[in-house]
Write a protein that binds this ligand. Structure first.
Ligand code: K7E
Ligand code: CUA
Length: 760
């Protein structure tokens, strides 16, 4: 009745009627909130009603947080933080033994644990130059390392530490088939570490690029099959791989090719003066395919057990060239067709477009304007320029549009974003954004086939856009509608982690993540966990000084519920989540032991710790997993050394009799009828065609078997006249029934909503 009258109101458009009912019209809301038509249009372009999903997913650098932020476009709703270089407690990352192996080892340098990461550039795996939705990589500028994230479960699987660099920046960027991931150093230093006085900067300090070999089948980087190229001590910067005609080549910018060393405290002009003195720096052009051959032929030098192609070898073999590029450049970005590269000079108002064909022609003809001090051939800039386009002040990074020849470039000094034609060399549109823009991101905008539609401006430290939250301001990602020539600003999203740097956006339908793990999976190795258990096989193993628990979690209990250990024991708790239902993640935390596990359905994770203080430590589930979540608990009992148990029997809190037992059994019998009717419905339709329902039915069957076990125990006790225990087991029988019914009803709802068909 209510609905009918509401519909009537809408269809007749009677404003006063809706006001009379207390509902507001769009006009009312616009007036009340001070919105104009443009605002409402922008809202309509981003608003995503409940249940609707986003068209693109973004993987954004979490900056100094060392994490990755995942959000949707156009809604700008945050979906996940992925722990990468720093712990992420909710996911148990850095808390369970399995992830600690990756994070602790990947954070250790010279015996020190580095507890942050300066993440800059995420990169998605590619097949033929297009995103394939399989893997994500991200670099750490501060502690040169690279992480591999598997998009099957959005978890970090590997961290490789760069064996020769002291800082980096030009990573991660992938080759068109993800054979290699590039990591270029930033500030020159002695390769491999160690002390060399600054006076020997020119002779002994070096830059480098590392080509990390990626094994796609294993989903891991193979350090033993990776190599680096030694470079002059110019501050190498951003990099990109060629594709299409330029496949096999990579490009790395530099700044401070002046090789200036500051020292303001001793009266020397500072770094920033000496590092921007010249009008040009150098773009490094590298034939990495040739590098791969040299590496395989062993024409390398070992530094810290890592193969490095020396500059002299690279020059002799014709794999390294330099091209001047305007003043303090930042991004170098290969066009989707692989024919051109755009380079932005921060201190130049132009973007320079280089032609790969012309570069190749110059190399083939041996036409060089000279050599740098290290003997690297320099290609004359004017021989290889396609266009120079005046875009505005402080151009930084470029991304590409779905339309041929169309690019977007961020203008740091102007606080603008330019849409331009790199074939013709003309500006199409410019839009003012907030300020402090660094990178920008177009949808799949660094691939062979960009998707267009939206651009995001990644702005730093949003002083005035949001409610103030203290001196440290949030970052600001601004969504821009780029589907028309004229761009429109749609939405400001504050991000409260670190400086955004770069982000990549992929069509959401390319991602097919798991909803659960196969039973007993170690998610970090993606293999069967050796300590996983099946229901009923839980156990505790003891050896002198060691206790190992092989337990399980399932609504709503942890098995075992009591763990008794002795002070000083080394304890390891392995827990397997036996559930199959998608949302049945359980947590496991032990009071005061820094133990927190996230156990998604099917996962096995472990926590090791020393029981160093006698006491009673409650443990419990940390996810609100069911009605009896709070009862999902247990005790770690750490007994003092030499403790002897007395045989005094514990006094029960409450004792139960026959009447309690009878009443409980009566309810259980009623409950069983409900379950039977749900089971009847499920089996009467084609439920086997619904994978999630099949999983739920398996879960429900488990629970029902447990219920049968508890019922048998209850009846045994009743037969012996022990109604206290008979009642408690009847209660447990009921708990299993409740869980069965809960799962069964979820399956039923799913089937009804999914249009299941009658089969009998
Ligand atoms: Cu421009 Cu690291 Cu790519 Cu920051 S970087 S903005
Ligand atoms: Cu399991 Cu709460």
């Amino acid at each position: 009745m209510k609905l009918a009258s509401l519909l009537a109101t809408v269809s007749f458009g009677v404003l006063t009627a809706s006001q009379a009912m207390g509902a507001e019209s769009l006009q009312d809301v616009m007036k009340r909130r001070g919105l104009n038509e443009k605002d409402v249009l922008a809202a309509a372009k981003t608003y995503t009603p409940t249940g609707k999903r986003d068209e693109f997913l973004v993987f954004s650098s979490g900056g100094q947080s060392g994490q990755v932020i995942v959000y949707g476009i156009p809604s700008m709703r945050i979906l996940k933080y992925i722990g990468v270089f720093t712990p992420e407690p909710w996911q148990g990352y850095g808390y369970d033994d399995e992830s600690k192996k990756i994070l602790d080892e990947g954070s250790n340098i010279d015996g020190r644990q580095v507890k942050f990461g300066d993440t800059h550039h995420p990169a998605l795996s590619e097949t033929n130059g297009d995103y394939d939705g399989q893997y994500l990589f991200i670099n750490d500028k501060n502690f040169p390392r690279l992480a591999v994230i598997d998009l099957k479960d959005f978890e970090t699987k590997q961290i490789v530490k760069n064996p020769i660099m002291m800082s980096e920046h030009g990573g991660a960027f992938v080759s068109p088939n993800t054979d290699y991931i590039i990591e270029a150093s930033q500030y020159a230093a002695p390769l491999g570490g160690g002390f060399v006085p600054l006076e020997q900067f020119n002779e002994k300090y070096r830059g480098a690029v590392t080509y990390w070999k990626f094994n796609r089948e294993k989903g891991r980087i193979e350090p033993e099959n990776s190599f680096s190229l030694e470079l002059p001590p110019y501050s190498q910067d951003l990099s990109d791989f060629g594709k299409g005609p330029s496949d096999g080549w990579s490009f790395t910018n530099s700044f401070c090719s002046e090789r200036y060393v500051g020292g303001i405290e001793s009266g020397r002009p500072p770094f920033e003066a000496g590092c921007s003195a010249k009008d040009t720096d150098f773009l490094h052009v590298v034939n990495w395919k040739k590098g791969e051959e040299l590496f395989k032929a062993g024409k390398t030098k070992q530094i810290n057990g890592h193969a490095v192609i020396e500059m002299a070898t690279a020059i002799k073999e014709g794999m390294l060239f330099l091209i001047p590029e305007p003043k303090s450049p930042h991004g170098v970005d290969v066009t989707p067709d692989g024919k051109l590269l755009t380079v932005s000079g921060k201190l130049d108002s132009h973007v320079t477009v280089y032609s790969f064909e012309k570069i190749q022609a110059a190399i083939k003809a041996g036409k060089f304007s000279g050599k740098d001090e290290y003997g690297v051939p320099i290609i004359d800039m004017k021989d290889v320029i396609h266009k120079q386009v005046e875009l505005g002040l402080g151009p930084l990074h470029t991304q590409y549009d779905a339309k041929p020849c169309v690019a977007y470039t961020s203008l740091y000094v102007d606080s603008m974003l330019a849409k331009w034609d790199f074939c013709e060399g003309k500006v199409i549109d410019k839009i003012s954004i907030h300020y402090n823009i660094g990178h920008l991101m177009a949808m799949e905008g660094d691939t062979a086939h960009p998707a267009g539609k939206y651009v995001v401006a990644l702005n730093k430290l949003a002083i005035d856009r949001f409610n103030p939250v203290g001196p440290l301001h949030p970052q600001n990602h601004q969504l821009i509608d780029a589907s028309n020539d004229k761009m429109q600003l749609l939405y400001d999203m504050p991000l409260p982690l670190g400086e955004p740097h770069y982000a990549v956006a992929i069509a959401a339908d390319k991602l097919k993540p798991h909803v659960r793990y196969p039973h007993g999976t170690d998610s970090r190795t993606e293999e069967k966990h050796p300590a996983s258990v099946r229901a009923g096989k839980e156990r505790i193993e003891r050896t002198p000084g060691k206790v190992e628990v092989f337990g399980s979690v399932i609504r709503s209990h942890i098995t075992p519920e009591i763990m008794e250990v002795t002070e000083g024991d080394e304890v390891t708790v392995h827990l397997t989540n036996l559930e199959r239902a998608e949302d049945e993640t359980h947590g496991f935390a032990i009071s005061k032991h820094n133990v927190n596990l996230s156990l998604e359905p099917g996962k096995t994770a472990s926590a090791s710790f020393k029981a160093n203080k006698a006491g009673v430590y409650p443990y419990y589930c940390t996810e609100f997993c069911s009605a009896l979540h709070l009862e999902m608990q247990g005790y770690l009992i750490v007994q003092p050394a030499g403790y002897k148990a007395t045989d005094v029997k514990a006094k029960e809190g409450v004792t139960y009799g026959k009447a309690d037992y009878d009443a409980r059994v009566k309810t259980n019998v009623e409950t069983q009828k409900v379950i039977d009717s749900v089971v009847g419905y499920i089996t009467s339709v084609n439920y086997k065609d619904f994978a999630p329902v099949v999983a739920l039915v398996e879960d429900a069957t488990d629970q029902l078997n447990f219920a049968a076990g508890a019922k048998a125990k209850s009846e045994d006790y009743a037969a012996k006249g022990d109604f206290h225990n008979a009642f408690l087991w009847a209660e447990q029988w009921f708990q299993y029934q409740v869980k069965t019914a809960d799962i069964g009803l979820r399956a039923k709802t799913f089937l009804e909503q999914g249009g299941a068909k009658k089969v009998k």
